[in-house]
Design a protein around this ligand. Structure first.
Ligand code: C2E
Ligand code: MG
Ligand code: MG
Length: 691
């Protein structure tokens, strides 16, 4: 009894447990009774199944076809029949549309339950929604494919290495880069693909990567299967699996082309195109480095700043192309003195710089002497022989300066002295040179902007008619008031303007201002005024000079006879060109005067040949006209000469009454000087002179 009772309890417990398990398990459970036909009748479905489907408890006892849609019922029935016929467990997947419309994939295990006679009485279906699992699986596969594709089709070569640097896998590009087949690469070490010189760097890169730090190595020389060299950059990225390092990726980028281009650009940036020498930029880069290394090793360094004397004349004679050929020939000679300790740079134009490393005073003198003697022999250009000499300024580290800038500057100051003191030799920098070295470079940059900044203006100096006491002509004299240099005399800035070519712009500006002034005065009724302008020799050689003058006269409606052109004797070389320009000026109708007469060209021949109107006796003769017999004789002779040639004479620099008397006595028509008036602003002249 007791035993029976116990068995009853166990049965009860068993059924309760089963119910709990069946009822509350996450999987859906369907139990179908197999009937004749066969047909399948619902006898049990658990809680999960009820939740996932529209089947309810009330459906128990109904046939499959009575509960499900026709289509689903048919599909399931087919499986059930298969089970009954084969009597073997079936696992299958089925896409089902849930009541909410959501598509899910179910995985079902169908198990037969037989009665004692071995006939299948029930079918149990345990069904699970495998949609999330499948989704995750798909996601993983996609990710894996994507990642494979990133590696496989990457344009950079990618190698997968183990911790020892042995290649385990590689992508398509790695074959293209190295020239090896994919399978040839497997089991090679990465070091075999690179130049021996980068082995240590590469090893360090790997070591770093294996401790979890991605590293990049630039300019890594790779060796291809056919022993060609390629410049690459290498990136090592650790592979971390389950928090331990399991080798690394090596990504290799081929930089050969850009490296070569960079090399080329770098070369071009630092070399002079014409001569192939290092250029000024290279000098700027190298000099500070050399100074530093001399400092570290306690050695001396010299800068030889070399400028070719009168190279402009060569250019004028040979043209720019011929000048270039000449420079190349000169370079060939200069290069002969270079070696590891002696470097040559083209500083620009006809300027070169030698840097002498580790060079004592004696060494430097010797080298400078050698440079000079390179020029003892002539150069032959286009079958013509040329001699040219260099001037050399020398500065030394540390005696003359501790930095690149001051060394160059001091060598340039020494060079300036060489030029002043007769060229064709060398000089070492000395402290006294500083004061005599005007900062022409700064002055030039200011002069360039003088017109636009309205720093230039013109003063007019009256020329007194000694017979009548009237003033009907003036000399225009340019003035420059600069904010840095203050008033700069034309004696200083006109040569600079000539040197730099700025004279053309300035000269034209003067011409226009004078025409404007003439127009202004003419409108006020001073119709007979004539103004003389100074034309520098450089301007005189300008092709369009006459055209430009004619243009401004026309523009402002000024008769040519109101303008006088002053040309110095120096500019009037006895050539056909001078004669042609003077004739053209004469045809235009302007007056032509010879400025500073007596100080320049010694031949008086041209006075007869050239169409000149006026001689201006230089102030150096007038100054001592009363006391110096020679000067008074010269002055009287010039006046006579002028008259015999039918020319007018103007004496310059007249400061004293005695000079005026002398000039009157000698029949000099006009005089100009402080005695009468300093050069003045035109408004002032209107009130006191023109009235
Ligand atoms: P220059 O043409 O011989 O001009 C005469 C110079 O003598 C002027 O100097 C004038 O101011 C100065 N002077 C006039 N009377 C006396 C005097 O009684 N005593 C003394 N000691 N000097 C006197 P400035 O203005 O300094 O000009 C110097 C030179 O600059 C001029 O010599 C001329 O060659 C040049 N210059 C001036 N203006 C121009 C210009 O517009 N263009 C060009 N190309 N050169 C100019
Ligand atoms: Mg003058
Ligand atoms: Mg003069």
């Amino acid at each position: 009894m007791q035993a029976l009772g116990k068995s009853n309890d166990i049965d009860k417990l068993d059924s309760v447990l089963k119910e709990i398990v069946l009822e509350y398990i996450n999987d859906m459970i369907f139990i179908m009774k197999v009937e004749e036909g066969p047909s399948f009748r619902y006898v049990y479905i658990n809680e999960s199944a009820r939740r996932a489907t529209e089947i309810t408890k009330e459906d128990m006892g109904r046939l499959l076809e009575e509960v499900l849609t026709v289509e689903l019922a048919a599909r399931l029935k087919e499986k059930y029949i298969q089970l009954v016929e084969n009597e073997e467990k079936i696992i299958f997947r089925d896409k089902v549309c849930l009541p909410g419309g959501q598509q899910v994939v179910n995985e079902s295990i169908l198990t037969p339950i037989k009665n004692d006679s071995g006939i299948i009485e029930y079918v149990v279906s345990i069904t699970r929604d495998v949609t999330p699992v499948m989704r995750e699986k798909k996601r993983l596969t996609n990710a894996k494919n994507r990642y494979r594709s990133i590696i496989e089709h990457n344009l950079d070569a990618i190698f997968i290495l183990d911790a020892k640097g042995v290649i385990k896998e590689s992508n398509i590009a790695s074959g293209q880069l190295t020239g090896y087949q994919k399978d040839q690469l497997v089991d090679k070490t990465i070091f075999e693909l690179f130049h021996a010189s980068v082995k240590d760097d590469l090893q360090k890169t790997l070591d770093d990567a294996l401790t979890g730090r991605p590293v990049t190595l630039d300019q890594c020389l790779m060796k291809t299967s056919d022993q060609k060299e390629k410049v690459t950059s290498v990136k090592a990225v650790p592979i971390i699996v389950k928090e331990t390092f399991d080798g690394c990726y090596i990504i290799v980028k081929d930089n050969t082309i850009s490296y070569k281009q960079n090399e080329m650009i770098h070369y071009m940036a630092l070399h002079d195109q014409l001569t192939g020498l290092w250029n000024r930029k290279a000098l700027d880069e190298h000099l500070p480095l050399f100074v530093k290394s001399m400092e570290d090793t306690d050695q001396e360094l010299s800068v030889l700043y070399l400028d070719l004397d009168r190279f402009k004349f060569v250019n004028d004679t040979l043209g720019l192309k011929g000048g270039d050929r000449f420079l190349k020939k000169i370079t060939d000679r200069l290069v002969m003195l270079t070696d590891e300790e002696c470097l040559l740079y083209r500083q620009g134009g006809d300027e070169f710089v030698y840097l002498l490393k580790n060079s004592s005073l004696e060494d430097t003198k010797k080298k400078a002497g050698e440079v000079l003697s390179l020029f003892h022999q002539s150069f032959t250009i286009d079958g013509q022989e040329f001699y040219i000499s260099p001037s050399i300024g020398v500065s030394m580290y540390p005696a003359d300066g501790y930095d690149a800038n001051s060394l160059i500057q001091k060598a340039a100051q020494a060079l300036f002295q060489v030029k002043e003191k007769g060229r064709a030799h060398y000089r070492f920098y000395q402290t006294h040179m500083e004061s005599s070295f005007p900062n022409y470079i700064i002055m030039e940059s200011h002069l360039r902007k003088a017109i636009e900044k309205e720093e230039l203006f013109i003063h007019y100096q009256p020329q007194m008619n000694l017979t009548t006491g009237d003033v009907d002509s003036f000399e225009a004299l340019i003035r420059w008031n600069n904010r840095k240099f203050g008033f700069v005399s034309p004696g200083q800035f006109i040569p600079l303007a000539e040197e730099t070519g700025l004279i053309h712009g300035i000269g034209e500006w003067v011409l226009e201002q004078v025409c404007i002034q003439l127009k202004n005065w003419r409108m006020k009724g001073y119709k007979n005024v004539r103004i003389a302008i100074n034309i520098s020799p450089k301007q005189f050689l300008q092709e369009q000079l006459v055209e430009t003058i004619g243009g401004y006269l026309y523009k402002y409606g000024i008769p040519a006879t109101c303008l006088e052109i002053e040309i110095t004797e120096g500019a009037m070389q006895d050539t056909q060109q001078t004669l042609r320009v003077l004739k053209e000026l004469k045809e235009l109708g302007v007056y032509i005067s010879v400025d500073d007469f007596g100080t320049g060209y010694s031949s008086l021949n041209y006075l007869k040949r050239f169409p000149i109107d006026i001689l201006k006796i230089d102030q150096s003769f007038v100054r001592e006209i009363e006391s110096n017999q020679k000067d008074s004789a010269i002055t009287t002779t010039i006046i006579h000469l002028a008259h015999s040639l039918g020319l007018e004479v103007i004496a310059e620099g007249v400061e004293k009454e005695g000079q005026v008397s002398f000039l009157k006595e000698a029949n000099c028509q006009k005089a100009q000087g402080y005695y009468f008036s300093k050069p003045k602003h035109p408004d002032e002249l209107e009130h006191y002179v023109l009235m």
